[in-house]
Write a protein that binds this ligand. Structure first.
Ligand SMILES: N[C@@H](CCC(=O)N[C@@H](CS)C(=O)NCC(=O)O)C(=O)O
Length: 211
C-alpha cells in the first residue's frame, strides 16, 4: 500500500495511528508531500502521482495493494480495519452506530481545525475573523459533547478514540487553538493516558517532512 502523507495533517495521523495499532504499518510505503517554494495559502501541494491517483488531491490518500485509490481518512481506516489480522477498531453490528455517532463529532473537530489552518494561511488582510470564530465555537461544542460522552471511551480501542486523540493532539500542537482541558476533566484525563500510547508518541505532528 502507498500512503500520500504529511506529518502536519491530523487526518493523516489518524491513518498512521490506526495502521500502527492494527499492526499494518510495515505494509505501508510512505510518499511524503513535496512542498513547493511558493505555496500561497494551499495547505498541500500536488506531490507527484497524488492528483493522478485522487483528483481531489488531498492528504491522506492511500493506494491499496489492489491499486484502488482511497482519498479519505475514514475510508482508508475502514480498509485497514478489513485487513487487520486480529481485533479491529470498528465494532461490528449495531454497536458500531454509537461509535460512528461519536466519530462524526471527533472528525468534525478535525475539519474545523484544518479549515482554520487554511484560513490563517491567507494573506493577513484576507483572513475572516468571523469564519475563525465560527470554527472555534464548533470546536468548543464538539469537545463539550465528547466530555459528556467520555465514559463511552472506556471500552476497547476504536476509531473514535483514535480520532478524538487526533483532535486533542492537534489542539495542543497549534498555538492559535485553545487548551481543550478547562471544564473538560474527563476528556483531559482520558487524553493524558491515550497520548502515552506508542502509536501516538511516534506520530507527533511536525511541519518538517521527517518520519
Ligand atoms: N475528509 C478528508 C479531509 C482531508 C483533508 O482535508 N486533508 C487536508 C490536509 S489535513 C488537505 O489535503 N488539504 C489540501 C487541500 O484541501 O488542498 C479526510 O478525512 O481525509
Amino acid at each position: 500500500m502507498k500512503l500520500f502523507w504529511t506529518p502536519a495533517s491530523p487526518f493523516t495521523r489518524k491513518v498512521c495511528v490506526t495502521a500502527r495499532e492494527l499492526g499494518l504499518w510495515d505494509r505501508i510505503e510512505v510518499a511524503p508531500t513535496v512542498w513547493p517554494l511558493d505555496w500561497g495559502y494551499a495547505t498541500v501541494s500536488f506531490t507527484e502521482g497524488l492528483a493522478e491517483a485522487n483528483p481531489v488531491a488531498r492528504i491522506p490518500t492511500l493506494v491499496t495493494d489492489d491499486d484502488v485509490p482511497l482519498g479519505d481518512s475514514t475510508l482508508i481506516c475502514q480498509h485497514l480495519n478489513s485487513l487487520a489480522p486480529n481485533a479491529g477498531v470498528i465494532p461490528e453490528g449495531a454497536d458500531q452506530w454509537r461509535m460512528w455517532s461519536r466519530y462524526a463529532v471527533a472528525d468534525g473537530i478535525l475539519e474545523a481545525q484544518v479549515a482554520m489552518r487554511a484560513e490563517l494561511l491567507r494573506p493577513t488582510a484576507g483572513v475572516s475573523q468571523g469564519f475563525l470564530a465560527k470554527q472555534r465555537d464548533r470546536i468548543a461544542r464538539c469537545f463539550d459533547h465528547l466530555e459528556q460522552r467520555a465514559d463511552e471511551f472506556d471500552g476497547p480501542l476504536d476509531l473514535t478514540q483514535i480520532t478524538a486523540g487526533m483532535a486533542c493532539g492537534y489542539q495542543d500542537w497549534r498555538d492559535w487553538l485553545d487548551d481543550f482541558r478547562p471544564g473538560r476533566p474527563r476528556l483531559a484525563r482520558w487524553y493524558e493516558a491515550f497520548s502515552q500510547r506508542t502509536a501516538m508518541k511516534v506520530t507527533e505532528p511536525s511541519e518538517t517532512p521527517a518520519h
